[in-house]
Design a protein around this ligand. Structure first.
Ligand SMILES: C[S@@+](CC[C@H](N)C(=O)[O-])C[C@H]1O[C@@H](n2cnc3c(N)ncnc32)[C@H](O)[C@@H]1O
Length: 257
């Protein structure tokens, strides 16, 4: 959302520490982007990963043998080495960023011991990733952006929003399955909607994303609460890990303005 909204100041928060660390890490390179690319290329070479953007393609024979899975086959061993190294030094955000790009479904996932545990993805560091990252660097470069890492309610209370602010929330979805939904339950949802009513009473504009129904599951609590506000259906065409094709899900943005 912040990449698509023009504002004087951006205050961004997530309870996930790695997510915030990754953003801070990327942001730190926005004024010297070449340093980022140099450091990245050094690591890609060190781990011997494929990277079509820098001409490191998977050999023809591997492509022929594993027609649909050659990136995963080629990168598997290197990726496991990368993952082991990151798990030994979890401060290294370049390694975590690379795990995100080369890993399964481009997600972050950790086991109970706090170790990154996704398998290799059938993906590559290609030109699209390069373009997206360059666009990110250029976008954040001269903007006033601050990151926070705490519970959303503590965060919003801390920043003391006024009527000139706009709050967008993208909470976990109660009724779909995703890594970050694990800690979200009916009580979390109740706390959120009560807090949003409070924000509304204070005259502050908000918008919140959610899914009203997904396959056979229905989010009654949220749906009933949302009726008092403006409900905009989102017809998304992006590739979603919730598999939210039109017939499967009803995805919405609920606004109090
Ligand atoms: C649907 S995801 C949104 C991710 C983000 N908007 C993005 O596009 O990458 C939900 C996010 O809520 C975060 N979250 C869960 N509980 C939270 C809480 N109590 N306070 C703040 N963030 C929370 C999760 O860590 C997760 O990143």
């Amino acid at each position: 959302m912040f990449l698509n909204v023009d504002a004087n100041e951006y205050l961004l928060n997530d309870i996930d520490t790695y997510m915030i660390q990754l953003h801070k890490f990327l942001l730190s390179y926005s004024d010297n982007q070449q340093d980022f690319w140099d450091e990245l290329e050094k690591n890609i070479e060190k781990y011997n990963l494929s990277a079509t953007f820098m001409g490191r393609d998977v050999p023809k024979e591997t492509r022929k043998e594993f027609v649909k899975t050659y990136f995963a086959k080629y990168n598997k061993e290197s990726y496991i080495k990368l993952r082991t190294d990151f798990n030994q030094n979890k401060e290294n955000m370049m390694l975590l960023y690379m795990l995100l790009i080369y890993g399964f479904n481009r997600m972050l996932r950790f086991n109970a011991n706090g170790d990154f545990n996704l398998p290799v993805g059938n993906v590559d560091f290609n030109k699209n990733v390069v373009n997206a990252l360059n666009a990110y660097f250029d976008y954040v470069k001269d903007r006033d952006i601050q990151f926070f890492n705490m519970d959303y309610q503590d965060f919003i209370n801390k920043i003391e929003p006024t009527k000139n602010d706009f709050i967008y929330l993208d909470p976990p979805y109660l009724i779909t399955f995703s890594e970050y939904n694990k800690l979200w339950d009916e009580d979390s949802e109740m706390r959120l909607i009560h807090f949003l009513d409070e924000i509304d009473e204070r005259g502050i504009r908000f918008a919140v994303s959610n899914i009203l129904w997904h396959r056979t599951r229905y989010n009654g609590t949220f749906n009933e609460w949302a009726q008092q506000y403006n409900i905009v259906r989102i017809q998304s065409n992006y590739i979603s890990y919730h598999d939210n094709t039109e017939k499967d899900s009803y995805e919405v943005l609920v606004k109090n303005y």
